[in-house]
Write a protein that binds this ligand. Sequence first.
Ligand SMILES: Nc1ncnc2c1ncn2[C@@H]1O[C@H](COP(=O)(O)OP(=O)(O)O)[C@@H](O)[C@H]1O
Ligand SMILES: C[C@@](O)(CCOP(=O)(O)O)CC(=O)O
Ligand SMILES: [Mg+2]
Length: 449
Amino acid sequence: MEVRARAAGKIILAGEHAVVHGSAAVAAAINLYTTCSLRILPPVAEGGQDGAGAVELDLRDPGLVFSWPCARLCEALGEGCGAARILPPVAEGGQDGAGAVERDLRDPGLVFSLPCARLCEALGEGCGAAGTRKPRPCSPNQLAAIARLLEEHEIPDAKIWLSAGLSAFLFLYTSILGCSTPGKVVVSSDLPMGSGLGSSAAFCVSMSGALLTAAGAVSAISGVEGKGWESFGKNDLELVNQWAFQGEKIIHGKPSGIDNAVSTYGSMIKFKKGELTSLKSSNPVKMLITDTRVGRNTKALVAGVSERASRHPDAMASVFHAVNSISEELSSIVELAADDEIAITSKEEKLAELMEMNQGLLQCMGVSHSSIETVLQTTLKFNLVSKLTGAGGGGCVLTLIPTLLSNLVLEKVTAELESHGFRCFKVEVGGQGLQVCQGDCSCFNGDVV
Ligand SMILES: Nc1ncnc2c1ncn2[C@@H]1O[C@H](COP(=O)(O)OP(=O)(O)O)[C@@H](O)[C@H]1O
Ligand SMILES: C[C@@](O)(CCOP(=O)(O)O)CC(=O)O
Ligand SMILES: [Mg+2]
């Protein structure tokens, strides 16, 4: 069985960091994706091919491949992993008895087998992939066991930041498919990693989408246009989102959930205390993204803001309160319909002013950086307003592009930003959320399985 899932990166127009402390934030999906391709391999018969009984992860962006024998996963993660083995669904006219759930109780020495058809008849809808329908957090013991598994691999020092993503992968894979399901996973992404465009969330959402589809816990709705990409219904998206959030917790420590939500659902959203409101943006919002190429780590920046908040609780509560007002106002302006040049310009001026105010408050939180300040000063020379997006400390900066801005000015500002060594690109704002494609994945072509 092969499945491919893709999830979008995001920009935060207002409210990053404050959203972790209960304020509202506004985010939008962008047309840069992380794609996770999964091939479930047949269970290995005794005396079977060497190495076939393994879980392999091929990370195309850093260019690293990892492999864990299923036996080693079961030994390390034991009970917690459920040691489930997913058998391929039975085709019509398939082998008798294969479409069954078998429970092998080693201690009393009893084996029970219930045909799937009988389970469905007796338990109906509610019986669907029960184990995966209740996402649970990674326990401290599980996390420690995963860390020990990772120590057995030589991760180059320069790429040690990958450990968080690898831990999230091992947690999601073994929790959803069990430890004894051999498989091969390939991840590739358009997103720069660790730059504020939500690569960690897109990683967890695409991974959860592919794994849950393979486990039969969610299924795509057919008939959506595109090159074989299909969308999911609301309940399935919610399940994927909840699992992805558990993965984000491993990477970020204390995520608000906004990144995985916008990556899963797409479009533009307002997010507050876990509640999501979909925003209908009536005019296109155009943003230039500047990647300062200054690496940073979301987990450390989020922890830094929390420490500042515990040192100055009253002052920081006021900062978070102000950000909440900015996000609330920005979300209502985004939805205003502007149908002539004057109305569009006035709407864009309001958005720009709110972004500028938000940037000032992000400076108060201590998450700006000299590279970000350089972007702000450069764009200001052209009367353009910018703010950092995501966790800050480097990473990406957004610049609002007014509808009436000439291409010449845009080229000039881009050239000046790039002369500082930054990388500029334009993105489409408010696009697709999670999508899936089943069938042969081209990334496995040439594999001998
Ligand atoms: N395509 C990917 N391949 C491997 N790991 C990834 C990938 N995308 C994200 N990650 C994980 O997510 C981490 C970056 O997350 P984070 O610091 O939150 O930055 P951001 O989400 O803004 O890109 C990486 O260090 C890595 O562990
Ligand atoms: C800083 C924060 O608001 C967004 C982090 O986004 P990113 O990982 O930098 O893309 C954290 C969160 O909301 O979980
Ligand atoms: Mg992140």
